[in-house]
Design a protein around this ligand. Sequence first.
Ligand code: NAD
Length: 477
Amino acid sequence: MSNDTRYQLFIDGRWLDGSDRSTLPVINPATEKVFAWVASATASDLDEALASAERSRKAWSSRPAKERGEILLAAARILEAKVGTAARDLSAEQGKTIAEATGEYARAVETLEWNGIHAEELSAPIQLGPNRMIAPEALGVVAAFTPWNYPAVLIARKIAPALAAGCPVILKGAEETPSAAVHIVEVLSQAGIPDGVVNLVFGLPVQISRHLLSSPIVKVLTFTGSTEVGKQLARLAANNLQRCILELGGHSPVVLCEDADLANAIPAISEYKFECAGQSCNAPSRILVARPLYEEFLSRMTEAARKIKIGPPDDPSTKMGPMANARRIEAMQRLIEDAVDRGARIETGGTRLDQPGFYWPPTILTGVPKDAKLLHDEPFGPILTVAPFDTIEEAIEEANATDYGLAAYFFTGASDAQRALICGLSAGALSVNFLKGVSADAPYGGVKQSGYGYEGGEQGFRSFQNLKLVNGFASFG
Ligand code: NAD
């Protein structure tokens, strides 16, 4: 990719610049230098996207679901063949290592496949009794707004079920990481998606979301990003009562009970926490350790964090690349400064690396007081807090003591502790004795300020359907 790379919009089956030719810069987080440009949509471009999506709607929703699924499966095969190039582009603009970017694309392929395979079955009528059924139908045009941390798999999780269910999509890719959106839309187009069924726009997020959500053409909003922006979008969507799927922030706890196997837990936490430089909504951020294990855990976890090799994301020996943008570096500084001012202790890391690029080392803090911002604001970076607990009830109370409820993890083999934690933790997803995130076949969503609605699996697919109840029909089919 050269400095001249210019990513375009895709509207009504054509790649275009914005109608006023304006562009936004794309920065390489490892160098802080502009290395590409992305077209910025105007209001008239957005109107074109709305009109083309609406024009394509009837034909796409009435096309046999099997055929819609086949297009997704063909797109999965084409994407699989270009993962090498796509992963290098993603790594350069996002900062994640090539291995991480490759793994992310593998999950995007899997998501296209899962929805392709299940399109027919999940679009079929559901018989409730001899004269009653649910006749699922596509809800209509979807506005999908996706972020920069996992731009490939998060796009796939939104648009694959929408398309499989029969909904046209207007995708706003993340302006900071446009290549993933461009590659995925390109493969869908190559796989034969009809003109207008997928439109891709970039631009000023506030203007785009206001414009699209003020149109009654849009029937569904699906967004991944911060809680604050999610609430703004839900307010806009309220005017037209667009259905919302909001996958927002997290501040996930890990509870290590007294019998936790540290030889298993520490590498698992380290691997999952520092992937994508900690910029995952479900990355663990608060570790609660049974007091008898606390000192040993802290010393071994600190040692593991110090050993992580930080460097350019395209160097195969790098384990953790830079953060995605300057805003994250400022947020790390702000959260750590506040915690230290209130009495927290830095065990490792704690300051930006003194070199070009948005590099922040794995950081562990202890003694963080309960009123520190770090225990309440989503850190979204490579920072962990570690604290001891004495009883399982105390661990559950501490684990639940944020406004978020996305993911939670715990390590114990004891069935009574497992039961207490499964029942007591407020989260959309739990993992026991390992850390696992989203997968194509299962629903994933948050509670509390982490959002509502589901992505993934059957529940994620049905988010794009009207489950039309039909009572008393004589025969069907
Ligand atoms: P942000 O909330 O401004 O932006 C997050 C994403 O939402 C970006 O991709 C942005 O382009 C998009 N966005 C912002 N305003 C929008 C709008 N009005 N309409 C449509 N899209 C809009 O914050 P940021 O600085 O980019 O990211 C920082 C925070 O965002 C983090 O602290 C984290 O909480 C959250 N975030 C969460 C996820 C997630 O996976 N849940 C992903 C990225 C960011």
